[in-house]
Design a protein. Structure first.
Length: 194
């Protein structure tokens, strides 16, 4: 499992354009077992080298910013690739209606500090990406959160064990929901560990 995208991993624009459809389909198939809905609005998208590689390729394909853009994209997306001892999730609060979204997010300040995984009875507290504040001074949460789940060696071994109960949850006073991770998702995410 690769933990970092390098400039050498990036295909030239023309080459990527030729295989773009196939790569989007390939990574889309991988994502099916890396997604979990938690409550009515939050969806966890567990990232990987492949999901982030495609994201970088797509950004370059769309914006065509060259080497300067590549440097920025790698700086933005490499931290979201699991390092071999963690899982990393993009948590999105997906609410179509703008006014309703503003109202709900306005009550979720600090939600990024309430996200947890429970693996075989042990709790792993999510750590928010610190690239920027995800809650405004007024207490409004961002609709997108980037969360790292650092595992100790024992927790990694438990997670890898088929049939281990894994629960993902948000425990905010205004949004408290949990979901059991399906076995197919647990098995796919277990490959993120060294």
């Amino acid at each position: 499992m690769k933990h970092e995208i390098t400039p050498e991993d990036i295909l030239p624009l023309e080459e990527f354009a030729r295989i773009r459809k196939e790569e989007r389909a390939r990574v889309g198939a991988l994502k099916k077992n890396r997604r979990i809905e938690v409550g009515p609005h939050a969806t966890f998208y567990f990232e990987s080298y492949d999901t982030m590689w495609l994201q970088v390729q797509e950004m370059l394909h769309i914006e065509k910013g060259g080497d300067a853009q590549l440097k920025d994209e790698l700086a933005a997306y490499n931290p979201l690739i699991p390092n071999g001892s963690e899982l990393v999730a993009t948590v999105m609060f997906e609410i179509d209606d703008r006014e309703r979204r503003q109202r709900i997010l306005g009550k979720l300040g600090g939600v990024e500090r309430t996200i947890k995984l429970r693996v075989g009875g042990e709790t792993i507290i999510g750590v928010a990406e610190e690239d920027q504040d995800r809650t405004t001074a007024e207490g409004k949460a961002s609709s997108v959160q980037f969360i790292h789940f650092p595992f100790n060696p024992h927790q990694r071994e438990m997670f890898k064990r088929p049939g281990t109960e894994v629960i993902v949850g948000i425990h905010h006073e205004n949004y408290s929901h949990m979901a059991i991770v399906p076995e197919s998702v647990r098995a796919a995410l277990a490959r993120d560990f060294d």
